[in-house]
Design a protein around this ligand. Sequence first.
Ligand SMILES: Cc1cc2nc3c(=O)[nH]c(=O)nc-3n(C[C@H](O)[C@H](O)[C@H](O)COP(=O)(O)OP(=O)(O)OC[C@H]3O[C@@H](n4cnc5c(N)ncnc54)[C@H](O)[C@@H]3O)c2cc1C
Length: 393
Amino acid sequence: MTMANYESPWKTEDARIFQRTVRSFVETELAPQLAEPSGQPRPDADTRNSGFWTAATWAKAGEAGLLLPDVPDQYGGAGGTFAHEAVVIEELSRAGAHIGFGIQSIVAHYILSYGTEAQKQRWLPRMASGELVGAIGMTEPDAGSDLHAIRTTARKDGEHYLINGAKTFISNGANANLVCLVARTAPDGPPARALSMVMLETEGLAGYRVGRPLHKIGRHDQDTCELFFDGVRTPVGFLLGAGEGRALFQIMDQLRYERLSIGLSAVASAEHAVELTTQHAKERKIFGKPLLDLQNTRFRLAECKTEAHIGRVFIDNCIEQFISGRLDAVTAAMAKYWLTDCECRIIDQCVQLHGGYGYMQEFPIARMWVDSRVQRIYAGSNEVMKEIVGSAL
Ligand SMILES: Cc1cc2nc3c(=O)[nH]c(=O)nc-3n(C[C@H](O)[C@H](O)[C@H](O)COP(=O)(O)OP(=O)(O)OC[C@H]3O[C@@H](n4cnc5c(N)ncnc54)[C@H](O)[C@@H]3O)c2cc1C
């Protein structure tokens, strides 16, 4: 097999057919909105709050089968594997659409892995239809990489947890009506046993408040907010897992899924950047010839194409390992840091090859440049990833 006809080994015929459905949905439902001058998240009458994407978009995505593609059908999912999730990630990345379907899947997998049967039945089918939009609330103003510093508390009070605190940088924050919250259930004791995950159904929930949309430098279509909890009550039956104090173990296990997803989105964006730039270099005339005729252009694009292909082969291997239940946390950390660093390097080079046009917002490569930067920061920063890899040596 040559590089030109390389095909991802995990992409089954079924996944290919699904990919066509996803592409068509993205082209008809998402891309037209992205083409509008984005600015910052705008208030929208149709949404629960102030996210860019509306509740109607989420419902349509559910109807088209894009939500929870790798969750068993007995819980309303499509009953596929990570291959099906992967094609959604690839198509969203290609289009530069940052609607939080990935976060939806991450929350669903916490429920699937640690929820009781009643919890799965209660939440997963409505997440698959888009009626419930999930968010995951870990980060706080003073607790990002250092989760031990989390201060939001969930104290048992009769049949409820009483929750006080605040979260920041929460994706899907405005649209979410189901929040998977990491909170301190033990005021003292070893930090590793002090944190738990509790679910909140936020519609009409007293004491719950969504803050202003955060003004990010990129990803203006991504809904990112602060969340505030002031004496919020959630039933003790909404704890995730067989007991309190298990959040750190649950997070460490589930982050493999999130980091794999980010690694894949990084590769898909990098590949798309190379395609766009190759096209530009063929069309752009310089000194009377196509830009691609300059040896420097060919060398730079050759480097980008090669790195993107190395990334593709690596992520495909990780995906195959994940589908067969063998992807370990260290390899997932390698994938997250190396592939997102690689994505940013490639896109930066592609901006350079576009010249001044690479700095203009109407050129997709410019938006990709700002949008990609956060990939090295969230889901565990790339420095934290290197700590994980380094400490396993
Ligand atoms: C757009 C966006 C969306 C997000 N979505 C979510 C979400 O949905 N839910 C959620 O809970 N959080 C979310 N986050 C938060 C994100 O996960 C954190 O920003 C990230 O974990 C880093 O934490 P911090 O911002 O507090 O930085 P800090 O932890 O303060 O890190 C500052 C610097 O220190 C470095 N550093 C940290 N630890 C080490 C170490 N051990 N060794 C060396 N260097 C280190 C970091 O790499 C970084 O360079 C999101 C963030 C953004 C920007």
